[in-house]
Design a protein around this ligand. Structure first.
Ligand code: MN
Length: 268
């Protein structure tokens, strides 16, 4: 009976399945996934289907890529309503037509600084529509599933208060960090601020979001899990995003899994 944590699978469904096999994940174990299941890798659809049918001992947290996916679906629904397009929720063709209307709308009526200028940045929705023939009904169901994903999970790990979150966590009231508008933003987007401004007293923060293959980032660790202890805060910080979606261009990139019980790390 163990607790495992993974993050930033980014459409690497095969690697994810290999990891479950490697750790011999069973019904008596618990798995916490710290977000970013989609985009970059080729198997976003497989990940969405797996999450939808996940067993009850798997906890799925929200990543910035899920948050953005749900916002894109919201944008499609907004245009569908506003222009009275009356898209059939069970038709792949009509979902694709709506997608192109949104793209056109974005290009022609929105200015980049209006804040709406971005849509389907990674082309994930487009490939789901074209290659997997998904419908607007599927997209809405997944957006709904995302809205139910919590931002973080708190548990006790060997006497430490352990927070698992996509990017960063701070205990302080108000803003976690000056450069973030809200706490939600910090949970989803913090990078080195996660360690600089975040943390839990007598605790542990396990996050992903910033691949440890990026030389310019604080958490750079040649594609291995990054761990640092801050004595002042008495907090252990983990970055477990080892950049698996970059495997084709970076041989050191891989998927990592942390077993909380003994802090053992597995790689595939
Ligand atoms: Mn992320």
């Amino acid at each position: 009976m163990s607790i495992y944590v993974m993050s930033d699978i980014h459409g690497c469904y095969d690697a994810f399945l290999s990891m479950l096999e490697k750790i011999c994940f069973s019904d008596t174990d618990e798995l916490i996934l710290a977000g970013d299941y989609i985009d970059r890798g080729a198997q976003s659809c497989e990940m969405l289907h797996w999450i939808e049918r996940r067993p009850s001992n798997v906890c799925v947290l929200r990543g910035n890529h899920e948050e953005e996916f749900a916002a894109y679906v919201e944008l499609m629904l907004l245009l569908n309503r506003r222009e009275e397009l009356d898209t059939d929720f069970s038709s792949p063709e009509e979902a694709e037509a709506l997608y192109h209307s949104v793209k056109y709308w974005i290009c022609h009526s929105m200015t980049p600084d209006s804040g709406f200028g971005i849509f389907d940045v990674y082309g994930t929705i487009e490939s789901l529509l074209k290659q997997k023939r998904i419908t607007l009904g599927d997209l809405c169901r997944w957006a709904e599933m995302i809205r139910k994903m919590p931002y973080y999970k708190k548990l006790d790990a060997g006497g430490r208060t352990c927070i698992i979150v996509h990017a960063g966590y701070s205990e302080w009231n108000g803003k976690a960090d000056e450069s973030f508008e809200s706490r939600k933003q910090f949970y989803l987007y913090a990078r080195e601020e996660s360690i600089r401004s975040g943390g839990v007293k007598n605790g542990m923060v396990i996050a992903g979001h910033t691949p440890t293959i990026l030389e310019d980032e604080f958490a750079y660790n040649e594609g291995k899990v990054f761990r640092i202890y801050d004595a002042k805060k008495d907090c252990v910080f983990y970055n477990i995003d080892c950049g698996c979606a970059f495997r084709n261009i970076r041989p050191e990139a891989r998927l990592a899994c942390l077993r909380l019980d003994d802090e053992k790390i597995f790689y595939v």
